[in-house]
Ligand binder design. Structure first.
Ligand SMILES: [Zn+2]
Length: 110
């Protein structure tokens, strides 16, 4: 624990095992019954099996990034059509993505 830099109180604690997450590649951000939480990738896999409310899709990671881009495109096309719902969903997805990044991922950014 002594190795962890706690400057500016920026550190991430796994919601499952309550230990520090120090590696960006080991970080999974996911919704646990509408609350955004951080997990080690291993802890997330373990917990996802046991917890009905835990979203099976992490907020961070490749799949989410692709979804964000797709929603962005759909949202833009929604601006020129009557499908406002795409625009709303795009804004929502982008907000969630940004929030996850600001709250967790940016901390582990070098
Ligand atoms: Zn953990």
């Amino acid at each position: 624990m002594g190795e962890v830099k706690m400057g500016e109180n920026k550190f991430i604690i796994c919601n499952h095992c309550k230990r520090f997450i120090n590696d960006k590649n080991d970080l999974v951000v996911a919704y646990d019954f509408l609350v955004m939480n951080a997990y080690h990738s291993e802890c997330f896999a373990r917990r996802a099996k046991e917890n009905f409310f835990l979203s099976k899709k992490p907020v961070n990671g490749l799949v989410s990034n692709i979804v964000t881009v797709l929603f962005g495109i759909a949202g833009l096309s929604g601006l020129f059509t009557d499908f406002y719902v795409f625009t709303v969903m795009a804004i929502l997805q982008l907000s969630i993505r940004l929030y996850s990044w600001l709250k967790y991922e940016s901390i582990l950014e070098d």
